[in-house]
Design a protein around this ligand. Structure first.
Ligand code: FES
Length: 210
């Protein structure tokens, strides 16, 4: 008689990622991002079946639990009109978003990644958002040196009461990514040495609201 042994999946290495809608908090972060992007793609292909060949970007927004996520929630319950081309990953703090996780999102096919946290001075873990600021600046340089447009990565400060701001920054970011086109390093893409149309020098960063 053979017995089937059920293997437990390893825990999420970041311990910070929770995607309640997919009920997969216990999967590794890489799987989670991949699942999220696949979910994004399948929902959209279902909606647009046989209708349009227009590029639909896949954007990941890492939201800190205490401010940006609450802002996203407010935008949702207020029924604000937001682009359908993004998925939220909730983390406890923007400083908890590991650079590897951001790169993993791009490797898994995200066309753009936004990190959204509390305004400077408001981080519930004191300095997490300053850490996020340094990491995003570093990653922008890295992406630029790899030939990817650094504008595919964005850092924003959004408070719990700023539902309108969440709507505005996400819509503007999705529109920008739509203009940049598909991720040149995503699965199945033909990577080019340099992205065309990069208006900003590699690594040059705009500091939101500072
Ligand atoms: S708790 Fe929001 S950025 Fe740290």
């Amino acid at each position: 008689m053979s017995m089937r042994v059920r293997r437990r999946r390893p825990p999420c290495p970041t311990s910070a990622v929770v995607v309640s809608s997919l009920n997969c908090a216990a999967t590794p972060a890489a799987c989670l991002l991949s699942a999220l992007l696949t979910n994004c793609e399948s929902e959209e292909s279902g909606m647009a079946e046989g209708k349009s060949t227009e590029f639909k970007p896949r954007v990941i927004v890492f939201c800190c639990n205490w401010c940006a996520y609450a802002g996203a929630d407010l935008a949702g319950v207020s029924r604000m009109k937001i682009s359908p081309h993004f998925r939220v990953v909730r983390t406890m703090c923007s400083g908890r978003v590991d650079p590897e996780l951001i790169l993993q999102a791009f490797v898994n096919g995200a066309d753009g990644v936004m990190v959204a946290g509390c305004h400077p001075g408001d981080c519930h873990y004191l300095e997490g958002n300053y850490r996020a600021m340094r990491r995003v600046a570093f990653l922008k340089k890295l992406l630029g040196s790899m030939g990817m447009d650094p504008e595919r990565l964005e850092l924003q400060w959004i408070s719990a009461g700023e539902g309108v701001r969440f709507q505005e920054v996400v819509n503007a970011f999705v529109e920008r990514i739509q203009g940049l086109g598909p991720n040149p390093f995503g699965p199945g893409a033909n990577a080019t040495p340099r992205e065309a149309g990069s208006s900003r020098a590699a690594g040059e960063m705009e500091q939101p609201g500072v």
